[in-house]
Design a protein around this ligand. Structure first.
Ligand SMILES: [Fe+2]
Ligand SMILES: [Fe+2]
Length: 189
């Protein structure tokens, strides 16, 4: 009996040890797998949530924290510019070229939305972040972004996920990820 128990324990530890060794071998690959598996819509939706969260934080930050408000606004502006540029260079042309005739009007509208958002960002850059005028313009920006995100996720992403294979969505995800990194580095330089 004891021998059998030892044998089964050894077998059990062997399996667990193998699993741990296998798991350890996989750990360095996890970031690569995650990056490779990221669909373009997943990356862009995460950006949308992040910017919405930052705008809400800015709205809730009291004017006495002037520096925090200025820093948050700069971060929102940079993130939005990188996101919009990457979409315009990678996603929108792909949507136009990918036989998505029904998506063309969505793409045209998206370019117009982006221009409106960029104009609002430029206006905000000229207004004191501790003023009522800034809060009013920020509310306009928030509304414009909400409308655009609803259109993008509800219409464009819906068509994209229906018509593109998983591989194609992941390839676009890789391209948009790389372009975002490049744009962020240029912005920081
Ligand atoms: Fe977007
Ligand atoms: Fe967009």
């Amino acid at each position: 009996m004891p021998r059998r128990r030892n044998g089964s324990n050894l077998a059990k530890w062997g399996i667990i040890g193998g699993a741990i060794a296998g798991g350890a071998a996989l750990i360095p690959l996890i970031p690569l797998i995650k990056k490779r598996a990221m669909r373009v819509t997943t990356i862009l939706k995460k950006d949308h949530r992040l910017v919405s969260g930052m705008i809400l934080t800015l709205q809730m930050t009291p004017r006495i924290n002037g520096m925090v408000r200025k820093t948050l606004y700069a971060q929102i502006r940079n993130d939005l510019m990188v996101h919009a540029q990457a979409e315009e260079e990678v996603l929108y042309p792909a949507m136009r070229n990918f036989m998505f005739t029904e998506a063309r009007s969505n793409v045209d509208e998206a370019y117009r939305d982006h221009q409106q958002i960029k104009d609002l960002l430029n206006d905000l850059g000229t207004i004191d972040p501790l003023s009522d005028a800034f809060d009013g313009k920020l509310a306009d920006l928030k509304r414009s972004i909400q409308h655009h995100v609803e259109q993008e996720e509800g219409e464009m992403f819906r068509i994209l996920t229906q018509r593109m294979s998983t591989d194609q969505q992941q390839e676009l995800g890789r391209r948009i990820h790389d372009r975002k990194i490049d744009l962020k580095m240029r912005m920081a330089a």
